[in-house]
Design a protein around this ligand. Structure first.
Ligand SMILES: [Cu+2]
Length: 276
């Protein structure tokens, strides 16, 4: 609960992605790069995109369609109280992923914090092997990740607080590109804790990281080392502002401890990459 709506949201996820990419290379013999998913490119029919069309070169297709489902209701509590709920229509799937390279992939963690699934054993933190589910949702994609919405992140946000709030979604107003991508894939990818079990998570967060990099590079002198927000989710409970010297760690997922300062630049710290 310390990596969303916090000062380390962008840096923590950048580091997590980088450790994943390093692991693919160093332990699995992968020689490529970590790609990203430009949401707006396939916003009208993400289920038919090269990422999700179920072909051999995709990240597998949609989940099996389950008819007759209700809207997903998203609620949030902010320091000034509960906000109006947001309603997302059901997507085009909802069941297990059965096509493409990740057909029959097993997800072990969760559900946890997934409005469409009851918590798993131990409140969602226990071992719970089951199929990977998706519910690809063009309606959610068009609402939150259309090209105008993506572009406005750069044209409307002149400090990191507003940028990262609008990217994550202002509670009660929207879910931003971050929530938009998670809920466009749906199923396990919209689970607060289990979403990295869907390999598409890494392309979604590659895009998040790309958005941050582009925003920083519009004014690198002023923006690269800008951070905002505190150390707790929406500052609940209240906590100090995050600082560049705050430690960043991935726990069981690996990697050594870093500071936010080590992670904010893609070329000046430990990293050496750009987005093209
Ligand atoms: Cu995310």
């Amino acid at each position: 609960m310390g990596i969303h709506y916090t000062g380390n949201f962008l840096s923590w996820h950048r580091y997590y992605l980088w450790v994943y990419e390093q692991t693919l290379r160093n332990e699995c013999g992968y020689t490529g790069y970590q790609p990203y998913w430009e949401w707006s490119k396939y916003v009208n029919a993400p289920q038919n995109s090269p990422l999700f069309d179920g072909s051999a070169t995709s990240l597998s297709g949609n989940g099996v369609f389950i008819p007759g489902r209700n809207d997903t209701v998203l609620t949030a509590v902010t320091p000034s109280g509960p906000v109006a709920p947001l309603y997302l229509t059901p997507g085009l799937g909802g069941g297990c992923v059965t096509t493409g390279p990740f057909a029959n992939l097993t997800v072990n963690l969760g559900p946890f914090g997934n409005p469409n699934a009851a918590p798993g054993p131990d409140g969602g933190l226990g071992y719970n092997p089951r199929c990977l589910k998706r519910d690809i949702n063009p309606d959610t994609a068009q609402r939150f990740t259309n090209w105008t919405a993506v572009l406005s992140l750069f044209t409307q946000n002149h400090d990191i607080y507003n940028f990262q709030m609008n990217l994550q979604g202002v509670p009660g107003i929207g879910i931003g590109g971050h929530g938009g991508g998670h809920y466009t894939i749906g199923g396990d990818a919209s689970d607060l804790f289990a979403s990295p079990a869907d390999p598409a998570f890494y392309l979604h967060h590659g895009q998040i990281d790309r958005m941050w990099t582009i925003w920083q590079n519009l004014d690198p002198g002023a923006r690269t080392y800008q951070i905002a927000q505190t150390r707790t989710y929406l500052d609940l409970p209240p906590s100090p502002n995050a600082t560049l010297d705050d430690p960043v760690e991935l726990g069981y997922a690996g990697g050594e401890q870093k500071t936010i300062r080590d992670l904010v630049s893609v070329v000046h710290g430990d990293f050496c990459y750009i987005y093209i």
